[in-house]
Structure formats: structure tokens, C-alpha cells
Write a protein that binds this ligand. Structure first.
Ligand code: SF4
Length: 281
């Protein structure tokens, strides 16, 4: 799907305004225009995924967010869209507002405060003058914390949803792809918690890479299917995607494009679990 003129116009407007926290994205998975909220303009994340597209990604603490500035940027963005969506409504032409950005949103101590402010802002606008969805795109690593669980409940109350990262079928794959020593079993417990709190989609990057001269694709299907066995009835589905944009972390040049045939093979196998699977090349 080609980027819309609305996306191009908003991108130019965002650049002219020098926004720090709000950014437009033409999103494959959201299938259209998405408004991103970036709580990590310092490019710090607690994971270091092999395919991550964030330039200069580092490990480190979340920065202090200027909440009023972020909300002003978001308000300006929505006002600009209101003026430029016509004759369509914003619901029709903006797919979502998504917490995403250049690091894991839920590691920010201000995540819940910003979510509350966002909900207030949206509730002041007519329904048709809001984006269609509010989403949290997360690696799920903070789901054990009560304040994050509380935020997810609030997200659920406004009809929002979570996209929860699961790229592995074994501990070794979590380490190789996400560069985290978190055991897969613990990650799956957090997925389970997430599903009890809010509508949850699993999002999975199918990664092909060269290891010692051989092409390896992760997650390994058997391990991944087993990992999802318990939660298959609790998740809304799986968003399965290949790596479309160049990684900024693949310093050895080992990543390969995942073929359409491979993605479709994964999707077919996973559908045998009775799960909805959407594929994004
Ligand atoms: S969790 Fe997201 S932001 Fe963090 S390293 Fe992985 S892809 Fe990048």
C-alpha cells in the first residue's frame, strides 16, 4: 500500500514543527497512517533486537519526558489531521495512535501519566475526530509491574490493544534475536498476564540470518508453536512479518530477507493451532 498524501503532508508538517515526541509512520501492520508516541528520543531500550531499526540504539535509562510538550505536539498533530482529513473523518484515515518509538515504552516511569493525558485528550474530541485505535507496541518485559498492569487495564477500558513481541521459540533464540537473557518461560508468563488485562496480539518477526555459513530462520516453528499452545485461545491473533527496513544493529551483515514462501509457510502452520494469523511482507 502506497503512503497516502495525508501521511506525506503530516510528515512535512511534523518536520517543520520540530516535534520531539510525536511522529507519523506509514505502517505495514497498522495498514495505513499511524501516529507514534516516542518516550525514548534518547534511543535507549532495555532490549537490543538484531533487526531493530533505531539508529544509535543503546541500553540505558528512560529520559525525563516533557509531558506538556508531548501533549501539545499530539494536540497539534490531531488538529492538523482534523483540518486535512476532510471529506473523510479521522477514524477513516488514521489507523492508530501507538506507543512505540525508539525504546520500550513501558520502561518509562511516565508511561502511565502520558497514557492518562492521552485518554483525556481523546475524550474531549468527537469519536469521528479521533484515530481508529490506541495501541501499545511492547516487548512485554515490564508486565510484572503493578503500574504497567494498571495502565493496560486503562488501555482496555478505552478499547485499546497491545501488540506483544514474541520472536523466539527457545531461550537461545531470545538471546540471539532480542539480546535478552530473559527466559522464554518468564516471557510467556508476562504474555499470559497481558492477555488477562487487555486485548492482545502477538507480534513476531520471522528472521532469516546466516550463522556459520548456514541460513537459519527464527523462531523455530516447533518451539514457537509449543510456546503459544497455552495462550492461543487468549490472544486475538498473530502479526507475522519479515524484516522490511534495514536493521541498524546487524553489524555483521548476517540478516537476510525472509522470503514470502517462508512467511506463508509459518502462517499456514500456525493457523493449524486455530489462531488468526496476519502476514506482512
Ligand atoms: S524492543 Fe523494540 S526498540 Fe527495543 S531493541 Fe527491540 S525492536 Fe528495538
Amino acid at each position: 500500500m502506497e503512503p497516502s498524501p495525508l501521511f506525506k503532508g503530516l510528515t512535512a508538517y511534523a518536520a517543520s514543527q520540530g516535534w520531539q515526541y510525536i511522529y507519523p509512520v506509514w505502517s505495514r501492520r497498522a495498514q495505513g497512517l499511524s501516529i507514534g508516541i516516542n518516550l525514548h528520543p534518547n534511543h535507549c531500550c532495555n532490549w537490543h533486537c538484531l533487526y531493530c531499526q533505531v539508529p544509535g540504539l543503546q541500553r540505558g535509562p528512560s529520559p525525563t519526558i516533557d509531558g506538556p510538550q508531548l501533549m501539545q505536539e499530539l494536540k497539534d498533530c490531531l488538529d492538523w489531521l482534523s483540518q486535512h482529513c476532510a471529506p473523510q473523518t479521522m477514524q477513516d484515515c488514521v489507523q492508530d495512535i501507538a506507543f512505540a518509538g525508539d525504546g520500550e515504552p513501558t520502561t518509562s516511569p511516565q508511561f502511565i501519566e502520558i497514557l492518562h493525558s492521552l485518554i483525556q485528550l481523546l475524550q474531549q474530541r468527537p469519536l469521528q475526530d479521533r484515530p481508529a485505535h490506541v495501541r501499545l507496541i511492547t516487548n512485554g518485559s515490564q508486565l510484572q509491574h503493578a503500574h504497567v498492569q494498571h495502565a493496560l487495564k486503562r488501555l482496555n477500558e478505552i478499547g485499546g490493544e497491545v501488540w506483544f513481541k514474541l520472536d523466539a521459540g527457545t531461550d537461545a533464540e531470545m538471546l540471539a534475536i532480542n539480546d535478552t537473557h530473559l527466559p522464554l518461560s518468564l516471557h510467556l508468563q508476562r504474555l499470559q498476564t497481558c492477555c488477562t488485562l487487555c486485548t492482545t496480539w502477538v507480534q513476531t518477526a520471522v528472521v532469516s540470518r546466516t550463522v556459520e555459513g548456514k541460513l537459519v530462520t527464527t523462531p523455530s516453528l516447533a518451539g514457537y508453536q509449543e510456546a503459544l499452545l497455552t495462550e492461543r485461545g487468549a490472544i486475538s491473533g498473530i502479526l507475522l512479518y519479515g524484516i522490511a527496513r534495514p536493521s541498524q544493529q546487524d553489524h555483521q551483515g548476517c540478516l537476510q530477507t525472509t522470503s514470502t514462501v517462508m512467511l506463508e509457510h509459518y502462517a499456514e502452520e500456525l493457523r493449524t493451532l486455530g489462531v488468526c494469523v496476519r502476514v506482512f511482507e
